[in-house]
Design a protein around this ligand. Structure first.
Ligand code: BGC
Length: 396
């Protein structure tokens, strides 16, 4: 027996400019990677050279039968100095969108995926309210140039990660630990999402727009302990809910889930004994996707959901297949419950630059030989392509 996905369910893979293009030298991440005593294990360098090799990647994606390609436009290439826009860079992304369409793939464009141009980062970044208008103007210009070719747009990728890890943990740029700056950063991100959402909708083209959220299945341990429940709810409120609440009524909300977070009465708990952990430190827990889809559906008051990222960083490709299979059964359960899940996007098409972790963790369904830039689809790519072709999954 097979379990089928609804007709029109979107299948995609995702990447982000800084993780695959190579030589994005003009943003805050490049600077962060090259700082003395950087927390990054290695710099991004040439990455997967997708800036030049995108036609090959899009041909491969088409061969595998996917509907969508989610990628990001690099703000620091498009607006290298404040107010000066590069027509050549905009033309580049226009060619990327056109090449998607020529291959029968819909371009899903993210406007901000973790990286900010140096000029904006050095002038307060997300913690300064000037960023709201700056980001909106960049979205306007880009939509003016590409809007007729865009299939779907994501404003900001995982604002909750950018503000929390950058301003509370000090592990992403600007690398500070400051509660006031953290609050300023997430407040500006929410304002920037709202303002850019309207600007993109008012611009060229007519396509759905949404925010993408890093989500975790927050579990109170034990579930019957009031204090644990309270602590869980307050961590989750600042981690997710304030963003989700601001997205009610949007065209869609992007759900991006990798694992769960266990919370006891006094705060976050380590991995449960006996549950395997992955190279990024969290638990192997594919059931988290369904839990977070349900949660996003509830908090956004039934805003349509697109899984814009789900995946696993592992060298064991069989483990990847098992993970995605379990996660997809969870998606089917959510669909059975009546939740409007529009599609599933696997992170990532390619093994790529995993931020501070460098090139160690391998999330791709396609292996990249970084000396030759040769792409080699893994067995998981073939397996997922077959699921896409059948639009169905074998029974549990
Ligand atoms: C980010 C990606 C990242 C992935 C895997 C998400 O938080 O959007 O850029 O590579 O998770 O860690």
């Amino acid at each position: 027996m097979a379990r089928s996905f609804p007709e029109g369910f979107r299948w995609g893979t995702a990447t982000a400019a800084h993780q695959v293009e190579g030589n994005n030298v003009n943003n805050d991440w490049w600077e962060w990677e090259h700082r003395e005593n950087s927390v990054c294990v290695e710099p991004s360098g040439d990455a997967c050279d997708q800036y030049h090799l995108y036609p090959e990647d899009l041909r491969l994606l088409a061969t595998l039968g996917f509907d969508d390609y989610r990628f990001s436009v690099e703000w620091s290439r498009i607006e290298p100095e404040e107010g000066s826009f590069s027509k050549a860079s905009l033309d580049h992304y226009r060619r990327v969108c056109a090449t998607c369409l020529a291959n029968g793939i819909e371009p899903v464009v993210t406007f901000h995926h973790f990286t900010t141009p140096r000029w904006a980062a050095n002038d307060g970044g997300w913690a300064d309210e000037k960023i709201v208008d700056r980001f909106t103007r960049f979205c306007e210009k880009t939509t003016e140039h590409l809007g007729d070719l865009i299939g779907r747009a994501c404003t900001i990728n995982e604002p909750n990660v950018v503000s929390y890890i950058g301003y509370q943990m000090g592990l992403f740029p600007p690398g500070v630990v400051d509660a006031d700056l953290w609050r300023a950063a997430y407040t500006n991100q929410i304002a920037a999402h709202r303002k850019s959402y309207d600007a993109i909708k008012a611009g060229r083209g007519d396509f759905p727009v949404g925010l993408t959220m890093s989500m975790s299945d927050y579990q109170a341990v034990p579930e019957t302990d009031d204090k644990a429940v309270k602590t869980r709810d307050s961590i989750r409120y600042f981690g997710e809910d304030i963003f989700l609440e601001s997205c009610r009524g949007d065209d869609f909300i992007g759900v991006q889930t990798y694992s769960r977070t266990r919370v006891g009465p006094d705060g976050q708990l380590p991995a449960e004994e006996g549950v395997p952990t992955l190279p990024l430190g969290y638990e192997y827990y594919p059931e988290s996707l369904a839990a977070t889809i349900r949660r996003a559906w509830e908090v956004t008051e039934q805003t349509p959901i697109l899984v814009t990222e789900n995946g696993i960083g592992t060298d064991d490709d069989d483990q990847r297949v098992a993970y995605v299979r379990a996660a997809l059964h969870g998606v089917l359960d959510c669909l059975d419950e009546g939740i409007d899940v529009l599609g599933y996007t696997y992170w990532s098409l390619l093994d790529n630059f995993e931020w501070a972790f460098g090139y160690g963790p391998r999330f791709g369904i396609v292996d990249v030989d970084r000396a030759t830039q040769e792409r080699r689809p893994k067995p998981s790519a073939r397996w997922l392509a077959e699921v896409v072709r059948r639009n169905a999954l074998e029974d549990r």
